[in-house]
Ligand binder design. Structure first.
Ligand code: GRG
Length: 293
């Protein structure tokens, strides 16, 4: 990876980790905060908050304004992972190379930790974002729509309902667009709104996010098939075992890799076409393709 982009990404991650640690201080009753902290501070690539910070930075020259929202998006992502790992959903014992939340804290606390993160996240946006109220309302709306039954939850519901069934390409696209794509879109859009993007740039970055989200899910599907528990940090080969139709099972390895490369290249083209000069966004797009090579 380009070393300037790498240095910037490292700095963004450090800023996010520090803020998350600060926001999630232990309060009474300790058990719930410990459970929330366990999953949120368990590592993770922090790709979504990095996207938010860089987008705000490239448009406005600073990223700090987007830090509370970037942390909120990571909390939402962690909530979705905690719930996804539960026995009633994807049922996994490992996440980010550690035991899953319910394995350590029990199912009831894991459910509550997810719920708590979901309401604590927008609370952080409200309390800590320094911007006009109209802008705050707009980013909160984006957050709540993407976290809810129209996006993230819709994707998860159709994903679960599709297990063991032959599904159409449209249904597969619907699952990916919502289950994974919604948070990528949210990350870029909130960064862009806080960075003061005009409608044209906001639309371009939304298209960039759509391509990135789909590319990321294709790479995730491929890694589920090819990676080990050590590199993946969670149990591999779960899609096949659950009878899931994935990009890989639908298109085959060669075509899935071709589509992945094409999506990452065309995401970079969008940046170029709109004069969005971000080595970080470009490098993230390229690194999603490189994950599976
Ligand atoms: C919002 C109430 C509410 C529920 C959410 C459980 C659920 C509904 C959705 C699950 C969504 C899900 C787990 C999608 C998978 C997305 C994905 C590819 C996750 C892996 O992301 P990485 O690789 O993980 O960025 P790290 O650990 O690096 O952060």
């Amino acid at each position: 990876m380009n070393s300037t982009a790498e240095t910037k990404i490292r700095a963004y991650k450090e800023a996010v980790n520090k803020k998350l640690d600060e926001y999630l201080k232990i309060q009474y009753p300790e058990e719930i905060w410990e459970s929330m902290r366990y999953s949120v501070l368990a590592g993770g690539k922090r790709i979504r908050p990095v996207l938010t910070l860089e987008t705000c930075n490239v448009l406005s020259g600073s990223y700090e304004k987007a830090l509370p929202a970037a942390c909120a998006i990571e909390m939402l992502h962690c909530q979705s992972l905690i719930h996804d790992d539960l026995p009633c959903m994807d049922n996994d014992d490992y996440r980010r190379g550690k035991l899953t939340n319910h394995k350590v804290f029990g199912e009831s606390t894991a459910v509550l930790a997810g719920d708590a993160l979901l309401s604590f996240a927008p609370q952080m946006i409200i309390q800590h974002t320094v911007c006009d109220d109209s802008v705050k309302l707009k980013i909160l709306e984006e957050f709540l729509i993407n976290a809810g039954a129209e996006k993230l939850i819709a994707g998860q519901v159709v994903d679960i309902a599709s297990e063991g069934k032959q599904i159409s390409k449209e249904t597969l696209d619907f699952i990916h667009k919502n289950k994974t794509g919604a948070l990528f879109k949210l990350s870029l859009r909130i960064g862009a709104i806080l960075g003061g993007a005009d409608e044209k740039i906001l639309t371009a970055l939304t298209e960039f996010a759509e391509k990135l989200g789909l590319a990321f899910q294709i790479s995730d599907d491929i890694l589920d098939e090819t990676a080990t528990i050590e590199t993946l940090g969670k149990t591999p080969h779960k899609d096949k075992a659950a009878g899931k139709v994935t990009y890989l099972s639908f298109y085959g390895m060669e075509e899935a890799k071709k589509r992945l490369a094409f999506l990452c290249e065309s995401a970079c083209d969008i940046l170029e076409e709109h004069g969005i000069k971000s080595e970080v966004l470009k490098e993230i797009a390229l690194s999603i393709n490189e994950r599976v090579r």
